[in-house]
Ligand binder design. Structure first.
Ligand SMILES: [Zn+2]
Ligand SMILES: [Zn+2]
Length: 254
């Protein structure tokens, strides 16, 4: 892996959700770290208290800011994405298909503090997930419900990668990873939580699934902080060819 490096950070937050910086702040931080690409991926509307509102308007406003930066061919190139939430047991995400289509990249996340699509989803998935998050009680049934919801989400939506699989909420990573292989979706190695997520990454590896290493930055200075994920990948013996934002030094895809 010595001759390889990471050229992109595809999971960063701004003031459009619970991040501290602006889009430009994240871009400048990415430049400092010599990244070629940074994606802006704020929390979609169902994240309680932090998700952006009025998604159609917000997404077009973000697109305008991003295009203004990219028009000058500055580095890094900015991509517009969103960190969407699982809001039903059937894998519904909290952005409609016509808005997902407008994004350069879609992250799907299973989070505990989310408004459900229907009350039944709240009662059988979202609420039990909040309880699991704060008590660490494990339940096989909930593990199955969560896994099925994520697998459905990957099959039904254009998901680029699933963020932090296994974070706070137990899932069958192997089953999810197999679905991702069929759909050409990647799994994330989230640099904020490598300690909790190492086992999940290890469980997914034998399926041949690809990975993305991202910072999940909520502060501009965290953009491009990818070292924790990179060393976990090294420790687990993950071939760099399977890390989608890794490239061999000196090589450019343009
Ligand atoms: Zn998240
Ligand atoms: Zn995030």
């Amino acid at each position: 892996m010595e001759s390889w490096s990471l050229f992109a950070d595809w999971h960063t937050h701004t003031q459009y959700s619970d991040g501290k910086g602006t889009i430009i702040d994240n871009a400048l931080a990415g430049r400092e770290r010599q990244l070629r690409q940074v994606a802006i991926t704020d929390h979609a509307p169902a994240s309680i208290g932090v998700g952006f509102k009025e998604p159609a308007t917000t997404i077009s406003q973000m697109r305008t800011e991003i295009e203004a930066w990219n028009a000058n061919e500055q580095t890094p190139q900015l991509l517009l994405g969103a960190e969407t939430n699982l809001v039903s047991r059937q894998g519904d995400l909290d952005l409609p298909p016509q808005l997902l289509k407008q994004l350069d990249l879609v992250i799907a996340s299973l989070h505990p503090l989310v408004r459900p699509l229907e009350w039944q989803d709240g009662a059988t998935m979202l609420l039990p997930n909040v309880i699991q998050r704060y008590t660490r009680l494990r339940s096989r049934q909930l593990r199955n419900t969560n896994t099925k919801a994520l697998v459905e989400a990957v099959y039904r939506n254009p998901v680029s990668f699933v963020a932090h699989p296994g974070l706070w909420l137990d899932i069958d990573t192997e089953e999810l990873a197999e679905a991702c292989v069929c759909r050409n979706t990647a799994l994330e190695i989230n640099c904020q939580h490598t300690d909790i997520l190492a086992d999940y990454v290890a469980a997914a590896m034998p399926t041949g699934v690809d990975f993305v290493i991202s910072s999940d930055a909520h502060l501009p200075e965290q953009v491009g902080q990818l070292e924790a994920g990179w060393s976990l990948a090294k420790k687990l013996g993950l071939p760099p060819e399977r890390i989608r934002n890794a490239e061999q030094r000196g090589e450019t895809s343009e």
